[in-house]
Design a protein around this ligand. Structure first.
Ligand code: FPP
Length: 234
């Protein structure tokens, strides 16, 4: 099998899924958060090392207060239910995004999850909260500029060097990016990290995204011809 170390997912369609069931949008987010556990376990069992999930973007603050508050409370519910199991499985939790802007209780839950799992060497379960890729790159550029001004870095920075300023420092590049629910957009997600990723857009909404659908995506990935800008080996 072609190596697929890092899978990123834009978990779309919770709201539409809930509406189709005659339920409030928030019911979709709750089922969606439970599905994070299901898919993380499946990904680990399928040999994926890094799973990076888009839970809340810098643009998602535009939603109703009720919906934003509901999503902000989900990490507490989620980690209360599943943290022990994640630790038993050796998962390492990483949270990407600007955590300063989150409610302090949410931030604490996320920081505790990172701290408790920091010595684990199993699946890296990366959850993006208040994340936006353009902002991530801008913040990285500012950090680099500051290092230059302070004499800690020079101008001979290459791509690999720049990656150390990103929130994904130390992660391999994304091999496969999946978006659920039929939309075909990147939505400001991991723009640097997906430079050579394979893209898959599936019809299933996030609550309907089962381990079988993940397996189907990985099977499709193995049939893609990845050349990284080179020529085909014949
Ligand atoms: C997109 O569906 C989903 C979100 C913006 C929120 C995703 C959040 C989760 C799946 C839960 C996160 C889990 C943890 C542990 C924090 P949408 O609401 O845009 O759906 P729609 O396009 O049908 O409206």
């Amino acid at each position: 099998m072609k190596e697929c170390r890092h899978v990123a997912i834009i978990m779309d369609g919770n709201g539409r899924w809930a509406k189709a069931q005659g339920k409030p949008r928030t019911a979709g987010h709750l089922v969606g958060s439970d599905n994070v556990r299901t898919i993380a376990i499946a990904a680990d069992e399928m040999g994926i090392e890094y799973l990076t999930l888009y839970a809340f973007s810098t643009e998602n603050w535009k939603r109703s207060n009720d919906e934003v508050n509901y999503i902000m409370n989900l990490p507490a519910v989620f980690f209360r239910k599943y943290m022990k199991e994640f630790l038993d499985r050796g998962f390492r939790m990483n949270i990407l995004g600007e955590l300063d802007a989150l409610p302090s209780s949410t931030r604490k839950v996320l920081e505790d999850a990172m701290e408790e799992s920091r010595n684990n060497t199993g699946l890296n379960l990366n959850i993006c909260m208040n994340y936006g890729s353009q902002r991530e790159i801008l913040l990285a550029a500012k950090k680099y500029a500051k290092d230059v001004l302070e004499g800690k870095a020079d101008l001979n920075l290459d791509e690999e060097g720049f990656e150390q300023y990103l929130m994904t420092d130390g992660f391999p590049p994304v091999d496969l990016l999946i978006r659920t629910s039929g939309e075909q957009r990147i939505s400001n997600y991991l723009l640097w990290q997906i430079a050579y990723a394979e893209l898959e857009f599936v019809q299933e909404s996030w609550p309907e995204f089962t381990p079988d659908v993940l397996k189907r995506c990985l099977d499709e990935f193995t049939h893609r011809d990845r050349r990284f800008g080179g020529v085909k080996n014949v």
